[in-house]
Write a protein that binds this ligand. Structure first.
Ligand code: VG1
Ligand code: CO
Length: 544
């Protein structure tokens, strides 16, 4: 095999964000751009000669081309084998599952998750380690450092591989195995959940569900698991065909982007259970009849009902949530007598806790929940978890939620996103907040007294690595919180995320509309950060 060494010059913008490197497709299509980043990943790793690399993607535009480039570079760099999802598809949780099941050295996932796809939209790439989880910060930072100095990459000149036929091929000295992207993942789901009980519920004749795959990667997984293995009615899966541009839509499972599904959940003939997943299959939205479950509440319900699921019948070792996620799950952990960890935003921070057995469940407010079954958040897993609970408890989604709030109280919660702000303005806003954390502590705003304010810094409970500047949090003495941070996944300008939360007793909180209930705190979030003055924005672009 003839290895070609190509001379290149560094790009200065290849620092991975919350979840890998995300840029416009056009940026990735520049000569050497993707190659530089992939070589930087390989240079940051050691001892992978002869080992296996898993490669998959969410099916978005440029997936096929990128995989051809990466496979050739993997061969030239000395990997022994690559396992690639057929048709270039592998959902993020399925990639994690495959890396773990086959003891691969690591994996490369091509996805920009919930960001739109297509020639003028977004693309992304991230590296996952042998535990199946996103590379921790010390690796992503070393990839970035290497990308700033790179001067050559290695590839081989050979014909493209056939990505659309399951089976083995070789490229140079390296094996290429094109795998069925669904089977291993579906088998794993079947080993965790009570498929008999779920089949009985779906076949009972008085329970209907819809799953909106948003023309993204989970369509084929949902057909196999929900319609084939669990016997859900034909047509349960909506928008089930993966499209390179997600049908022009935003594959983000929330009330704004899954409107058709939301409409099917109310009025006559509405379904009992509705769910959706995102571009790469790691997020989930849960709906009941005329009822929306906020992701932070969903995590709390899964934790409180975990022993109803065969895979968690022994109970949970501990729980973790990202810092901006509501404190609802903390009270469940307290009741269960287990630890609840608070981590920075991003799944990479859960990996060590899961590997060390310190936690079983974890989640984020951004429609992400998961467990120790893989090392990524997992959209369909969360949907199946709810279905398992519904099958055992035989109550509606709303009744389960109401019961939960009565028992644990409720955290009324909302997130306001101000998108595409000029980067300098967004940085100034965060800087001035950081400068004022001491001054804000103890201040009273019309009865809301700040008990504590800081810029969140996290020390990993296992390797003691410190991650600082993870978001400014304002904790009020009532238990309410306002949190500010900048997104690390956007590709245009900066996105300011403001997270607002207030606890209310359960029976009082049952009917509260978050936007109305949190109106004073929402106003306060604008005033304290001087959002209008510094960004010119009066209202957020997206509310979840
Ligand atoms: C967002 C979410 C975060 C999530 C990340 C990746 O990050 O807030 O909770 O882990 O997306 O999810 P940010 O930095 O934009 O707030 V996904 O489904 O895009 O892989
Ligand atoms: Co995602």
């Amino acid at each position: 095999m003839e290895i070609t060494n190509i001379q290149t010059t560094p790009f200065d913008d290849q620092r991975p964000g919350t979840s890998g490197l995300r840029k416009k497709v056009k940026v990735f299509q520049q000569p050497h751009y993707l190659e530089n980043f992939v070589q930087s990943i390989f240079n940051a790793l050691k001892d992978f000669q002869g080992k296996t690399l898993v490669i998959g993607g969410d099916g978005r535009y440029y997936n096929h081309e990128a995989i051809q480039i990466i496979v050739k570079m993997a061969a030239a760099n000395g990997f022994g084998k690559v396992m690639v999802g057929c048709n270039a598809l592998l959902s993020t949780p399925a990639a994690s599952c495959v890396i773990r099941k086959y003891n691969a050295f690591g994996g490369i996932i091509l996805s920009a998750s919930h960001n739109p796809g297509g020639p003028n939209a977004d693309f992304g790439i991230k590296y996952n380690t042998g535990n199946g989880g996103p590379a921790p910060e010390k690796i992503t930072e070393s990839i970035y450092d290497i990308s700033l100095e790179i001067n050559e990459y290695h590839t081989i000149e050979t014909a493209d591989i056939d990505l659309d036929t399951i089976g083995e091929q070789t490229i140079g000295d390296m094996y290429v195995e094109i795998i069925n992207p669904i089977t291993d993942y579906a088998d794993l789901m079947e080993s965790i959940f009570d498929f008999d009980a779920m089949r009985a519920l779906l076949g009972s004749g008085d329970f209907t569900m819809h799953f909106d795959a948003m023309n993204a990667v989970t369509g084929p997984y949902a057909y196999e698991i929900l319609e084939q293995r669990l016997g859900a009615a034909d047509g349960t899966v909506l928008r089930g065909e993966p499209l390179t541009d997600f049908g022009g839509a935003h594959p983000d499972p929330n009330l704004a982007h899954a409107k058709e599904l939301v409409a099917l959940m109310s009025g006559n003939n509405a379904a009992d259970f509705g769910a959706a997943s995102d571009g790469d299959g790691d997020r989930n939205m849960i709906l009941g009849y005329e009822f929306y479950v906020s992701p932070s509440d969903s995590l709390a319900v899964l934790a409180a009902n975990a022993t109803l699921v065969p895979g968690y019948a022994e109970g949970l070792t501990g729980i973790a949530r990202s810092m901006p996620t509501s404190q609802a799950v903390d009270r469940v952990a307290q009741q269960l007598g287990i630890e609840c960890y608070e981590t920075p935003t991003g799944w990479k921070f859960f990996g060590n806790l899961l590997d060390a057995g310190k936690i079983t469940l974890c989640g984020e407010e951004s429609f992400g929940t998961g467990s120790d079954h893989v090392r990524e958040k997992d959209g369909l897993w969360a949907v199946l978890f709810w279905l398992n609970i519904l099958a055992v408890r035989k109550q509606s989604v709303a009744d389960i939620m109401f019961d939960h709030w009565r028992k644990y109280g409720r955290d009324v919660y909302t997130r306001h996103d101000y998108e595409a702000i000029p980067v300098a303005d967004a940085n100034e806003l965060m800087d001035q907040l950081r400068d004022r954390t001491t001054e804000l502590t103890g201040q009273d705003f019309d009865g809301y007294t700040v008990e504590y304010c800081d810029d969140f810094s996290y020390t990993d409970a296992v390797d003691l690595c410190v991650s600082s500047q993870q978001g400014v949090r304002i904790l009020f003495n009532s238990g309410a919180r306002i949190i500010y941070r900048l997104s690390g996944t956007g590709t245009e300008g900066a996105t300011l995320r403001v997270y607002i939360e207030q606890q209310v007793p359960g029976d009082k909180g049952l009917d509260l509309d978050p936007q109305k209930n949190l109106a004073e705190l929402i106003q306060l979030s604008k005033d304290i950060a001087r959002i209008e003055k510094l960004t010119g924005r009066l209202l957020p672009d997206v509310i979840t």
